[in-house]
Write a protein that binds this ligand. Structure first.
Ligand SMILES: [Zn+2]
Length: 372
């Protein structure tokens, strides 16, 4: 019977301990049982079976057919009157009580150890979670860190697809939805208002800015369209043309960049085809700076009118700068009639900039208006 008591107490205790363990491991009881060996040296021969039970290899494993009788066990352990009838029986009962107490103590110890293991695992999980969280935060912080690169190109690692990753202020290059250039097609043919040019021969300076040849012009050159007047700031060149008309580009393009008094931008594009020499381009090529990023100011004047085609029909749409920072809200005017430049003039620029054109951007359903 005492075997049954021990077995029952043991199974109850272990069931309780297991219930509090979210991830019980099969090998978990091995360690506490090994510790038990040292302390049970004093136990008499009767305890051998109990020890075996606690070690999980006892001679009296729980047999499904034997059901522990709690009531009988209680009567036996709590009925000293019956036991007093015979001193030998009393001793035996007393030793069973002692045994039960020791088993209860040992099981309590096992439960404590198991709880400690659970707590330790929880602490380890918490630490691992905290580490993961910290790493994720660091990655986000690195991604959000302001970038202030200034070097960009038309190809490779610093090319158009990566402009927005170079400098935080250039985000529009990838997130903007009104970017330039675009392929001009399906325009709304209407009677567009005439552009009034008020250009004059003007002083100028030239710079090879590392992306193109740019000509900064003196003040006093105006363009008026839509009841808004813009002043010419500079013009520069791209090869091939950035803009396309019904999918077709030209060998080069000139961009005349204007600014209104309120700071609004207007860029007028004049496409260049192979043909006769262009006097405006010749003046610019004649005065090319010898070194990059060094501005030269010739003691002559140039006439921006020489860069305008005879016919004044145009396309117009809202877009952006075609280089970083890709600023939007730029009014574009693309002249329908191309101008000509000689093969020699084209070849000279191609030695400096064989490719300095941003790829065509999605038009995203923008309205394109076109002269009738
Ligand atoms: Zn341009």
């Amino acid at each position: 019977m005492r075997h049954l008591i021990a077995l029952f107490a043991c199974s109850l205790a272990m069931a309780g301990a297991s219930a509090s363990d979210p991830a019980p491991k099969p090998a978990a009881p091995a360690k506490p049982v090994a510790e038990f060996k040292a302390s049970d040296a004093k136990l008499d021969g009767k305890s051998a079976d109990v020890k075996a039970i606690l070690e999980g290899k006892g001679s009296a494993p729980a047999k499904p057919s034997i059901k522990p009788d709690l009531k009988t066990a209680a009567v036996r352990t709590q009925a000293p009157a019956a036991a007093a009838a015979a001193p030998a029986a009393h001793d035996e009962d007393q030793s069973e009580v002692d045994l039960s107490v020791r088993i209860a103590e040992r099981l309590a110890q096992l439960r404590e150890q198991q709880a400690a293991r659970v707590a330790s695992a929880a602490r380890a999980k918490k630490a691992a979670d905290a580490k993961r969280r910290k790493e994720a935060e660091a990655a986000i912080a690195a991604a959000n860190k302001p970038k202030n690169g200034t070097h960009w190109t038309y190809e490779g690692e610093y090319g158009p697809a990566n402009w927005s990753n170079i400098n935080s202020n250039w985000a529009k290059c990838s997130t903007g939805n009104r970017q330039s250039p675009i392929d001009l097609r399906d325009g709304m043919k209407v009677d567009l208002e005439q552009i009034a040019f008020d250009y004059h021969p003007t002083s100028f300076s030239e710079i090879d800015n590392g992306h193109t040849i740019q000509v900064n012009v003196g003040g006093g050159n105006f363009l008026t369209v839509g009841n808004q007047t813009y002043e010419l700031q500079q013009f520069h060149f791209h090869r091939p043309s950035e803009e396309r008309i019904n999918g077709k580009g030209t060998e080069m393009v000139i961009h005349f960049v204007h600014r209104s008094f309120e700071g609004k931008l207007l860029v007028l594009a004049v496409l260049l085809e192979r043909g006769r020499a262009n006097s405006l381009i010749q003046t610019v090529w004649n005065n090319l700076p010898l070194e990059k990023l060094t501005s030269v100011s010739p003691s002559i004047v140039l006439d921006p009118n020489e860069g305008l085609p005879e016919k004044r029909e145009y396309f117009t749409y809202m877009g952006s700068l075609t280089e970083p920072p890709c600023t939007e809200d730029v009014l574009w005017i693309v002249m329908k009639q191309p101008m000509q430049a000689s093969p020699a003039q084209m070849a000279l620029f191609s030695r400096l900039y064989p490719l300095n054109a941003r790829p065509v951007q999605p038009s995203n359903g923008r309205m394109i208006k076109e002269s009738n």
